[in-house]
Design a protein around this ligand. Structure first.
Ligand code: ZN
Length: 229
């Protein structure tokens, strides 16, 4: 089995991925509603409002869906591309963080150019389980992420994105998960779970660990992250 810790599954239009356990994230109310209906033994479902949608989505109607979800996400802060101001983004993120604590759920976080602020909100609020997806943040924050018991995901773009590769070199295997960010188009290519074996090959090489052993480590990390204690 392969593990995809962050995938926009509904954007892949019903494609089947038999060898994958997928954490399906949402962006807004409509995608949250569709995503929760996909829940099965191989698809974990998340609901949330992506920071890019904070300016045009109602918070309360999405919060109403969290009890049907396995985890919260995709939520977070984006100081580069989001249309909403910082204050509104923080208000939404904090509401989902509080809900994750109430329901003892993992938070699947987008934190572009807002890595430290997002981390501080999670730790100050007392979140136990969180994933920083497609981590390209500061290398010194990796120690704190490890200390807090949180995780980062490595995306197949590690094959060409230098910043992401440097993160992989620095991050301990204990905090690494794999993701596709499937359903998202990046540099003209539609990302898919089937890209994950490419990421595994690179992680295996960079970390000098056999692929089979690496798959076991990632499975364990995934189960710890999503499954609780
Ligand atoms: Zn995403």
């Amino acid at each position: 089995m392969y593990y995809d810790a962050h995938c926009h599954y509904i954007s892949l239009r019903g494609k089947k991925y038999d060898e994958f356990i997928i954490a399906a994230v949402s962006m807004d109310y409509d995608s949250s509603l569709s995503t929760v209906s996909l829940k099965n033994e191989k698809i974990l479902v998340g609901v949330g409002i992506h920071p890019w949608n904070v300016h045009n989505e109602n918070l309360d109607r999405v919060l109403e869906l969290t009890e049907k979800a396995d985890f919260i996400g995709e939520v977070g802060l984006d100081y580069r591309y989001a249309k909403a101001d910082k204050e509104s983004q923080i208000k939404y993120f904090q509401a989902f963080v509080d809900r994750a604590i109430e329901e003892d759920k993992l938070v699947n976080v987008h934190a572009l150019d807002a890595w430290r602020d997002s981390f501080n909100i999670l730790t100050r609020s007392g979140v136990k389980r969180a994933i920083f997806h497609w981590y390209t943040g500061p290398e010194d924050l990796l120690k704190d992420i490890e200390g807090a018991g949180y995780y980062i995901t490595i995306n197949p773009s590690v094959s060409f994105q230098q910043k992401h590769l440097r993160v992989l070199e620095k991050a301990p295997l204990e905090i690494i998960l794999t993701e596709s960010d499937g359903g998202y188009e990046y540099r003209g290519k539609m990302l898919e779970p089937t890209d994950i074996p490419i990421a595994l090959k690179i992680i295996s090489k960079v970390k000098a660990v056999e692929e089979e052993e690496l798959k076991r480590i990632i499975e364990r990390n995934f189960k710890n992250a999503f499954g609780g204690d």
